[in-house]
Write a protein that binds this ligand. Structure first.
Ligand code: NAP
Length: 260
């Protein structure tokens, strides 16, 4: 018996990283998992490791018609949709103002911000009818802090996503729909391969792991429906941004943490 028995959860970006770990965590709690992303093989591989019922539903979440097709399929098969984890996201290596191409700016904004509108707009009618639902947006610490690392398009898109989450709570909380925006710091996932400066394996090992964020989503999904956590920061303890601050202040670099 899991706490999410009978619930249907749709996870986007489910073929890798945080999305794949979230699909596993929600499935372990008994939810039926709908997995979306653009690569069917990656989704299939994650789905084949899940114990409970799944639906592999490849789609590009920047395309509203594809998103609506997935949600129509979910409605037809399961008759409900309880949890949306709009987690898909992307970035580009050439992300600084000096390098950013207009097409890349559009793709990063669509892939991190517009996509969440498409997903939320598609599921809201079902959740409103149920008078119950959980929407989770995976934003980023770059959704609150403006820095150089993530690039302006990603930073602007994630700021917009945080705002969209709060706006959803204002209008849809009264319909029983809870929205949580999660703002992770650095997580060791494939998105780091898009960084202009490669991230070494030993640095990745000390970051948040995808399972840490997935456990947060599982916990959120198991809370009583009267509870909403609108915005949650989750950061690595060995925080490279803080190390950079210490360095700038001329303070000594502490010893590496005692855990891996
Ligand atoms: N890792 C970090 O340090 C970090 C920190 C803060 C926030 N985040 C956010 O966490 C979320 C998950 O990323 P991750 O770190 O787990 O990296 P990831 O492994 O690269 O996951 C991103 C996922 O999004 C999917 N995706 C991208 N564009 C898509 C589209 N247009 N349509 C459908 N699916 C799409 C990708 O699958 P396909 O390529 O198959 O479509 C991929 O599975 C993202 O929103 C990211 O911005 C990550």
């Amino acid at each position: 018996m899991g706490e999410l028995d009978g619930k249907v959860a749709w996870v986007t970006g489910a073929g890798s990283g945080i999305g794949a770990a979230t699909a596993r965590a929600l499935a372990r709690e008994g939810a039926t998992i709908v997995l979306s992303g653009r690569r069917p093989a990656a989704l299939q591989e994650v789905a084949s490791g899940l114990a409970g019922p799944t639906l592999v539903a490849p789609c590009d979440v920047t395309r509203p018609a594809e998103v609506e097709r997935v949600v129509a399929d979910v409605r037809a098969r399961f008759g409900r949709l309880d949890i949306l984890v709009a987690n898909a996201g992307t970035n580009v290596a050439r992300r600084d103002w000096a390098q950013l191409a207009p097409a890349d700016a559009e793709a990063v904004i669509a892939g991190n911000l517009t996509q969440a509108f498409h997903c939320a707009l598609a599921v809201l009618p079902i959740m409103r009818a149920q008078r119950d639902g959980l929407v989770v947006f995976t934003a980023s610490i770059a959704g609150r802090l403006v820095g150089l690392l993530s690039g302006p398009a990603y930073t602007a898109a994630k700021h917009g996503l945080v705002a969209a989450g709060h706006a959803l709570n204002i209008q849809e909380g009264v319909n029983g729909i809870r929205t949580s925006v999660i703002l992770p710091g650095e997580v060791a996932t494939p998105i780091l391969d898009k960084r202009p400066i490669p991230v070494p394996a030993e640095e990745r090992a000390r970051m948040l792991q995808p399972e840490d964020v997935a456990e947060l989503v599982r916990w959120l999904a198991c809370l009583h429906p009267r509870v909403t956590l609108p915005e949650i920061w989750i950061t690595p303890t060995w925080n490279r941004a803080h190390l950079a601050e210490l360095e700038r202040a001329g303070l000594p670099r502490p010893a590496a943490p005692p855990w891996e």
